[in-house]
Design a binder for this molecule. Structure first.
Ligand SMILES: Nc1ncnc2c1ncn2[C@@H]1O[C@H](COP(=O)(O)OP(=O)(O)OP(=O)(O)O)[C@@H](O)[C@H]1O
Ligand SMILES: [Mg+2]
Length: 313
């Protein structure tokens, strides 16, 4: 059976031109591969600038890929119509404040994808919108309100309802809770999990908080400077991390259960314009050897599809 979504060797290079200097290339994505099955939640983690949002935008076609393939249920995305693909893959954004049009009422925002895709009467449109609002926990009488009249959590619910309008199979959530108050974050996460179970959704979940990732993900993709550091089932990643970067990320994560000292990842993320030679992580890696300074690691893939890119395994 074909995967719901399969990405192979996805690559996105940006040419950054400056009046005074030669154009430079940022390798925002460099050979990313993963698969997604129905009901999976693939968490995408890594420090700021490692390419998480670029991955989301390139899958959606908001950014043109430089190389690689994207398959939707076994078919290359180029072989299916853009509107069909967009119906099945929708996105929820980080900032519910700026992603909603302030001049539209809540019901108009949620109905917008329906105008372009379906010929519904006004009454049918309205009842579909009210049904969607109910499913994300918004009261009917909120339909006439404008975005500024909602709290952050309610705005994110409007964004989720809009994303669900066309019955997608996959939701790409780009840090959907980072901009919300801590007290609201759990409510939105619970809503996403409840919708997943009810509607058989699959998620690509971009997030920083590894405690949240451990709770909701089935698989994890750890990225470092546009590349896969490690990828595999959530249990394997958290209980038996292989890559020193994954190990460092886990050790630097605050835990509620234990009062162990955090171990900050030493050094700074290198500039994407001047990535280091050899393994991109070697400057910050406790296990780095002379070999790591010279040779870029190949991505090793085991029989279960787990991927690790480290020379010291
Ligand atoms: N339109 C663009 N033009 C040029 N470079 C870009 C563009 N968009 C992103 N980049 C670069 O690509 C790299 C990856 O950026 P991206 O926004 O995907 O990172 P991210 O992992 O989502 O970071 P964050 O956690 O801060 O959201 C960065 O070096 C960024 O500067
Ligand atoms: Mg981002």
């Amino acid at each position: 059976m074909a995967y719901l979504l399969e990405v192979t060797n996805l690559t996105k290079h940006y040419q950054v031109a400056n009046f005074f200097q030669k154009p430079k290339v940022v390798r925002a994505l460099d050979g990313i591969s993963f698969t997604l099955n129905v009901g999976d939640t693939l968490a995408i983690v890594g420090e700021s600038g490692c390419g998480k949002s670029t991955l989301a935008k390139t899958i959606l076609g908001i950014e043109q890929k430089t190389a690689g393939e994207i398959f939707s249920e076994g078919k290359k995305v180029e072989e299916i119509s853009r509107s069909e693909f967009i119906k099945s893959v929708q996105m929820i954004f980080q900032d519910p404040y700026s992603s909603l049009n302030p001049r539209q009422k809540a019901w108009e925002i949620i109905a917008e994808p329906l105008y372009a895709n379906l010929q519904l009467s006004r009454a049918d449109l309205r009842s579909r919108v009210l049904e969607l609002m109910k499913s994300v926990g918004l009261r009917e009488d909120f339909a006439e309100r404008y975005p500024h009249m909602f709290s952050g959590g309610q705005r994110q619910r409007i964004g989720i309802a809009r994303a669900l309008t066309l019955h997608p199979k996959i939701l790409i959530c780009d840090e959907p809770i980072s901009a919300l108050d801590v007290s609201i974050q759990a409510q939105v996460l619970n809503l996403l999990m409840e919708l997943q179970a009810r509607l058989q959704l699959s998620y690509l979940f971009i997030g920083h908080n590894l405690n949240v990732v451990r709770h909701i993900a089935t698989h994890v993709l750890v990225m470092y400077l546009g590349k896969v550091a490690e990828y595999g089932p959530v249990k394997a990643i958290f209980e038996n991390p292989q890559h020193p970067y994954t190990q460092a990320l886990l050790q630097s994560t605050p835990s509620i259960k234990s009062r162990k000292k955090f171990e900050a990842i030493e050094g700074e993320l290198p500039s994407p314009f001047f990535p280091p030679s050899g393994c991109a992580f070697h400057l910050r890696c406790k296990k780095a050897t002379a070999h790591c300074r010279q040779t870029a690691p190949q991505l090793l893939v085991d029989r279960d599809g787990r991927q690790v890119a480290c020379l010291n395994l």
